[in-house]
Design a protein around this ligand. Structure first.
Ligand SMILES: [Ca+2]
Length: 225
């Protein structure tokens, strides 16, 4: 009888333990369905290249090799224009940086040292082209600065524009009298044989006779357009 009592007590203790343990499991906290904390937008790391592609249009080349406008401002140098040895009236052609002798308010010009007492009474400043240039439909322009003592002479000195081509040889036009002090515009639109293949353009100053003047003139802002 005592053994049965002991077994009953043992079973009771086990039952209490099982029930107690079951209650503890039933109280287990279920985690809330949490939203992930990291909701920030990712940032682009420094140094990541951005889209810098730029479309550049390409111009279709034209049939001629001559640009629409060729211009010489003589801003820093003579841009290939030189004293032409065919004319002895120009002793030298050098670069001028004095704005007082630059046309149209620009910087720089060609300074031409003249001596028309020489046997040949013309002077030329020329530019050679290789390959040749096509002057079809073009006008050549240049500005010439005439000192007052040169402008006062009578008969006056003159200036014109000269071109040379293999087919047409030498041609000139646009002649003006240099009888006005200051800047004088000279211009000429050449036509005829060889105009489409010109190898030399020149600015010419001269006088038939007498040859009686020396001094400095300036040439500036030559354009072909
Ligand atoms: Ca100039």
């Amino acid at each position: 009888m005592k053994k049965i009592m002991m077994m009953m007590i043992a079973i009771g203790i086990m039952a209490i333990y099982v029930l107690s343990n079951g209650c503890q499991k039933g109280n287990t906290v279920t985690p809330a369905n949490e939203t992930p904390a990291n909701t920030s937008t990712p940032t682009v790391p420094a140094g990541t290249p951005t889209n810098t592609f730029t479309y550049t249009a390409t111009k279709t080349p034209t049939a001629t090799n001559t640009p629409d406008i060729i211009s010489y401002h003589f801003t820093t140098d003579l841009e290939g224009w030189v004293r032409d040895p065919r004319g002895q009236g120009f002793l030298d052609v050098t670069y001028n940086s004095d704005p007082a002798y630059s046309a149209l308010g620009t910087t720089g010009s060609a300074q031409v040292i003249c001596d028309f007492y020489s046997p040949l009474n013309i002077g030329l400043m020329s530019k050679n082209y290789s390959p040749t240039i096509n002057l079809t439909g073009k006008t050549i322009k240049a500005y010439i600065y005439v000192p007052a003592d040169l402008a006062a002479l009578s008969p006056s000195y003159y200036a014109d524009i000269e071109i040379h081509s293999l087919e047409g040889s030498y041609q000139f036009g646009g002649t003006i009298d240099l009888n006005t002090a200051g800047w004088n515009l000279i211009q000429w639109a050449p036509t005829g044989v060889g105009v489409d293949a010109v190898d030399t353009v020149s600015i010419l100053v001269g006088r038939t006779n007498p040859n009686d003047w020396s001094g400095i003139i300036y040439i500036d802002e030559i354009s072909i357009e």
